[in-house]
Write a protein that binds this ligand. Structure first.
Ligand code: ADP
Ligand code: MG
Length: 227
């Protein structure tokens, strides 16, 4: 599902540059549930953005879900992302003027992979699946943080992508709610979806089957954590 080879990502800083990802190689098979951990500034978000094709590497190659991302134009990349990757962020990033159901339908409208007549029913099914079918008609601001993140997960599933990438999805939730949201990811993985989640949650270890630790943009540990 993921094949990252000798990837470097630098950002300009004053006269010099910051090396955010440093000659990193990594492969993730379909069906894995991987946690990426490491201190603030270790390159976790940069890595996820490279996997999503939001950022381009300074050097090295990134292959995700059958595509070599370096070879794709911006518009091809956007099309590829829409159908292949579901993204979940710390601060939900829902559109405040759209209802919960409309937020979930939006990626379907962009990708045009799901027939138009199916989109509302599919949004409802996805909201039921993440446990908030009863919130579909509300505006995001009237939901709890956990419900907003469930909405964002349903939106990430809109086009049935094989890969979910989540950047500190529980970073803005209390620990009880965080656990419930992580359980949703575990269920989605059990159904076969590949998931890479950046998390500070200690309990993440009990859910994932692999934990990758970054220090200064490099992999310093990569271990199986569940039998
Ligand atoms: P993490 O998500 O683990 O906190 P990041 O990937 O956000 O780490 O950042 C890795 C390093 O790259 C940090 O030193 C950060 O300051 C730097 N960095 C990240 N994004 C940018 C950017 N857009 N411009 C300049 N430096 C950046
Ligand atoms: Mg980050």
């Amino acid at each position: 599902m993921i094949e990252v080879t000798d990837v470097v990502k630098t950002y300009p800083l004053g006269e010099g540059e910051v090396v955010a990802v440093d000659r990193l190689s990594l492969s993730v098979a379909a069906g894995e549930f991987v946690a990426v951990v490491g201190r603030s500034g270790s390159g976790k978000t940069t890595l996820l953005n490279l996997l999503a094709g939001i950022d381009r590497p300074t050097a090295g190659t990134v292959r995700v879900a059958g595509a070599e991302l370096d070879g794709l134009s911006e518009s091809a990349l956007a099309g590829w992302r829409g159908g292949n990757v579901g993204l979940v962020f710390q601060f939900f990033q829902l559109l405040p003027t759209l209802t919960v159901a409309e937020n979930v339908m939006l990626p379907m409208d962009f990708a045009a992979k799901i027939p138009a007549v199916r989109r509302r029913d599919r949004a409802m099914e996805l909201l039921e699946r993440v446990g908030i079918g009863d919130q579909a008609g509300k505006l995001p601001a009237t939901l709890s943080g956990g419900q907003q993140q469930r909405t964002a997960i349903a939106r990430a599933l809109a086009n049935d992508p094989p890969l979910l990438l989540a950047d500190e999805p529980t970073g803005n939730l209390d620990s009880h709610t965080a656990q419930a949201v992580l359980d949703v990811f575990a269920d989605l993985n059990a159904e076969g979806r590949t998931i890479v989640v950046v998390s500070h949650e200690r309990d993440i270890r009990t859910l994932v089957n692999r934990e990758i630790t970054l220090v200064d943009g490099r992999v310093v540990a990569d271990e199986g954590v569940r039998a």
